[in-house]
Design a protein around this ligand. Structure first.
Ligand code: SF4
Ligand code: SF4
Length: 332
């Protein structure tokens, strides 16, 4: 009789149980593999190694096909040395004081980017996304990103419409002088595509127009991600709002583009982002995790999809699921 070789879930994968379906998130390759809970009995946690063992004793034909598909998708590993495998560490979240900020600029914006850079540095902000709702030229972009030269910001992403005032060749030169700029997202292009122009500069083309009212809150499989940091953030914090700041085109500080609560203007005298940022009111949604949200808590996608706390299914219930999600984990 041939000896069965043990099978375990690949160490880079996590198993997430939902009401009717479960998912395996491949955190290394950003993959989500959904399956019916009819196969859930095949998984058994080894309490010593913390690995998920896959049991294939007396499998039905369907069980066997299921396990074969896991193996062919490299979601599980067949090995006699399986005690050497250790699951990926999904407990250590890289804590940053402020994760990122979205900054909007339009034709009427007059607030100073130097003030923005100083205020964001006061909360040790790591990354900014600047969105231009106006035609912008290279000189204006360069002048504005120069403000971040001595700041805590390490990543800058620019969103705008690609016009004749912007040249892709000049973007390469810009990247040489402003290493913090990581990506440009251009709207209203002929087709959606991602172009890497080298030197760690990514250019993303979007087929649709830049419209702040359409950029938020939608839930779709295209927006889901299975990535270690996002997974850990989703387990412990609100994955959309935790330690994030929004500055609108008039300089008003909010939690996000769609929230109505305003915390003052970035350039008003005496304004201190640091004290706002650490206040109870500003952080009130930070600790609402998907495990607390109606329906989401039983959904197999709960650590892969963004949790919008602005558009809610039930307006008066802060733990209501995101309004723009059509998925129902109890019916699907
Ligand atoms: S909470 Fe909703 S509206 Fe606000 S940034 Fe997140 S997805 Fe957008
Ligand atoms: S919003 Fe909630 S119910 Fe909808 S897919 Fe995400 S976790 Fe599931």
């Amino acid at each position: 009789m041939t000896k069965e070789i043990p099978i375990i879930l690949a160490p880079c994968c996590v198993l997430i149980e939902g009401h009717n379906y479960s998912c395996i998130y491949d955190l290394q390759r950003n993959g989500i593999y959904r399956f019916s809970n009819l196969y859930r009995h095949l998984f058994c946690k080894d309490e010593i190694t913390k690995n998920w063992n896959i049991l294939v004793k007396s499998p039905t034909k369907k069980d066997k096909e299921f396990v074969d598909s896991l193996l062919s998708n490299q979601l599980c590993v067949k090995s006699e040395q399986n005690s050497f495998f250790r699951p990926i560490d999904t407990t250590s979240y890289i804590q940053r004081s402020c994760e990122n900020a979205i900054i909007d600029r339009d034709a009427k914006s007059v607030y100073s980017m130097n003030i923005v850079a100083n205020q964001l540095s006061s909360v040790a902000c790591e990354a900014v996304c600047i969105r231009y709702f106006k035609t912008v030229d290279m000189e204006s972009i360069e002048n504005e990103i120069e403000a971040f030269n001595d700041s805590t910001i390490r990543h800058i992403e620019i969103h705008c419409v690609l016009s004749e005032k912007i040249s892709i060749d000049r973007l390469r030169v810009l990247k040489k002088y402003y290493g913090r700029v990581c990506s440009f997202v251009f709207y209203s292009e002929k087709k959606s595509e991602v172009v890497t122009v080298g030197n760690n500069l990514i250019i993303v083309m979007k087929k649709y127009g830049i419209d702040k009212y359409k950029m938020c809150g939608s839930v779709s499989d295209l927006k889901m991600r299975a990535q270690t940091q996002f997974y850990i953030e989703s387990k412990n914090y609100n994955n959309c709002l935790y330690r994030k700041v929004y500055i609108d085109s008039c300089g008003i500080v909010k939690n996000c583009p769609e929230m109505t609560t305003q915390y003052g203007s970035i350039d008003e005298e005496g304004f201190q982002l640091k004290s706002i940022f650490n206040s109870a009111i500003f952080s009130k949604c930070w600790y609402i995790t998907k495990d607390k949200i109606d329906q989401c808590k039983d959904c197999e996608f709960r650590y892969a999809c963004m949790d919008c706390r602005c558009f809610l299914k039930e307006v008066d219930n802060p733990l209501s699921k995101p309004a723009k999600c059509k998925y129902n984990p109890y019916k699907s």
